[in-house]
Design a protein around this ligand. Structure first.
Ligand SMILES: Cc1cc2nc3c(=O)[nH]c(=O)nc-3n(C[C@H](O)[C@H](O)[C@H](O)COP(=O)(O)OP(=O)(O)OC[C@H]3O[C@@H](n4cnc5c(N)ncnc54)[C@H](O)[C@@H]3O)c2cc1C
Length: 487
């Protein structure tokens, strides 16, 4: 437990989620506790809000929840903005229902508000924000903490078991599971901290956007973002859509999950919850509470817990231990060496970036995968494994393969830019070494498409998926560089 925490946070049962990101003392002339949310976009079951409420109750100060979205984060598009704004709208309503003031901001030409978190922080006794290990949320929080005169407390809100209780330095998933599994029960259960202070009704340094009655489609259409990538046709934004999927999980998906989960041709094989988890519309505690309460068989619940807790939380844990979780250098040493030994191999399956982006390569199965990303903003897990491995053969060298996989995943997929993105791509490029040494791949295992193609109706399903009409997405001249680390 960190000594830098005030008693209200240090004595909290969720204290292992919290760390002080600077060494400023609480400001007793502050007017509120600023609760700044970037990605945990839910009003309930949210440890970031709960930490702010605890601190507010102790200092007899109200909490002001703030969420803003800018036009200039990497891959800002209709797809991502519309999903975020739908979540932001429900977040505002949910905060009001909890008796908390909420201020939202959609940055745009006629409403530029530079440095808004700093300006809001100037009147705060303390800032409580999220502790995210990847993408812009990480360096934005660090930057605010470095510049702020107020103390900044960062709260982990993505995992059921706080990574801090696992301990540092675990290198393999089995060692991680040995520590993680016994902790799960202790961290389960949803109980929101009630606010004991009237909602903040004082001045703000800007005019907050009211999303509750805004036409979000029209708002998004006016922004300076990538309009060539439309909203997902399968994952509607907002809390109601997330809860419908959660209900469907417990009634339709979970009863057959252990066997159906690997079948990409089935619409009810998997939950489709990853976009809602990535943007924090749902948290793992709430999902697991619904799973535990369902009547599905124990083997299905176990399999689901292995995915949601055993894999997802492993990748979150891993990302926290890495200085650069988004980089190729995280791929296992043996795999990078083996791939590098084969860097000069002939590559007859090379594809231009435009063909890959648009799902128009010579590989029908790969196109079927990519078109799920293009149209739905989501791809079935089984297809992602094939998709990820094949990129090594389609690109000139392993570093370009890594950059291409991250670019396609991050730009197109609603759940991209996540610890699971880079952790899974690293596992596709590494994982368990193969006994064989093949051209291009070296000892990195390859993967065929038989698990989909050889199912009943699988070949027809792949042909139809590869022909799915796609949006005319803009094609860049080159892959983006290290923009995630540009803080
Ligand atoms: C190359 C590659 C890239 C991937 N990129 C992402 C990504 O950007 N974001 C992302 O969330 N997942 C990613 N995954 C993991 C996995 O494919 C998705 O989480 C899953 O397909 C989401 O669908 P679902 O919600 O229906 O999963 P379900 O089968 O219903 O699983 C429930 C939840 O468990 C978690 N989960 C399941 N499988 C995994 C896994 N392998 N790793 C981590 N968590 C898992 C997800 O949160 C998921 O929502 C990737 C996998 C591969 C092989």
């Amino acid at each position: 437990m960190t000594p830098d925490l005030p008693p209200a946070l240090a004595d909290w049962r969720e204290a292992p989620r919290v760390r002080a990101a600077n060494h400023r003392p609480v400001r007793h002339d502050g007017r509120y506790i600023l609760c700044w949310l970037q990605q945990a976009l839910r009003a309930r079951d949210n440890p970031v809000i709960d930490a702010a409420v605890r601190l507010g109750n102790a200092l007899r100060l109200p909490v002001l929840v703030y969420h803003g979205v800018r036009e200039d984060y990497p891959y800002a598009s209709d797809r991502l903005h519309r999903f975020i704004l739908g979540a932001g709208r429900d977040l505002g309503a949910g905060c009001a229902a909890r008796g908390l003031a909420f201020a939202g901001h959609v940055d745009r030409a006629e409403r530029r508000e530079p440095g808004l978190v700093h300006r809001l922080g100037a009147a705060a006794a303390a800032i409580v924000a999220e502790d995210q290990p990847t993408f812009v949320a990480r360096w934005q929080a660090e930057r605010v903490a470095a510049r702020s005169d107020a103390p900044v407390y960062l709260v982990e809100a993505a995992c059921l078991v706080p990574p801090a209780v696992i301990g540092d330095g675990i290198r393999g998933r089995s060692g991680f599971l040995r520590r993680h599994e016994p902790e799960r029960e202790r961290w389960s259960g949803v109980a929101d901290e009630p606010s004991e202070v009237a909602p903040y009704a004082g001045e703000l340094p800007f005019v907050a956007d009211r999303l509750d009655d805004a036409d979000l489609d029209a708002l998004v259409a006016r922004l300076s973002i990538d309009h060539s990538l439309p909203a997902s046709d399968s994952h509607a934004p907002g809390r109601a859509a997330a809860l419908i999927r959660l209900a469907r999980l417990t009634t339709e998906v979970l009863p057959g999950y252990a066997s159906a989960r690997n079948d990409a041709t089935r619409a009810d094989g998997a939950s489709g919850l990853s976009p809602y988890l990535h943007f924090g519309v749902l948290g793992p505690r709430e999902v697991m509470a619904a799973v535990d309460a369902s009547r599905a068989g124990a083997q299905h619940k176990r399999k689901f817990a292995d995915e949601l807790l055993g894999w997802r939380e492993w990748f979150h844990y891993q990302a926290r231990g890495l200085a650069r979780p988004e980089h190729y250098d995280r791929v296992a040493d043996w795999a990078r060496h083996s791939l590098s030994d084969h860097a000069g191999d002939p590559r007859p399956e090379l594809e231009p970036l435009a063909a890959m982006l648009c799902g128009e390569t010579r590989d029908e199965t790969w196109n079927a995968c990519q078109r799920q990303f293009l149209v739905h903003g989501w791809m079935h897990n089984n297809l992602r494994m094939y998709w990820g491995k094949r990129i090594l053969a389609m690109t000139p060298d392993p570093q370009t393969a890594w950059a291409t996989a991250c670019y396609l995943n991050d730009r197109l997929s609603l759940d991209g830019r996540d610890p699971s993105t880079y952790g899974n791509i690293a596992a596709m490029f590494g994982g368990a070494p193969s006994d064989r040494d093949r051209p291009v791949y070296g000892r990195v295992a390859t993967r065929g498409d038989g698990s989909t193609r050889h199912r009943d109706g699988g070949a027809a399903w792949l042909a139809a998926a590869a022909a799915l009409p796609t949006p005319a997405v803009s094609v860049p001249d080159a892959l983006p560089g290290d923009r995630y680390l540009a803080g």
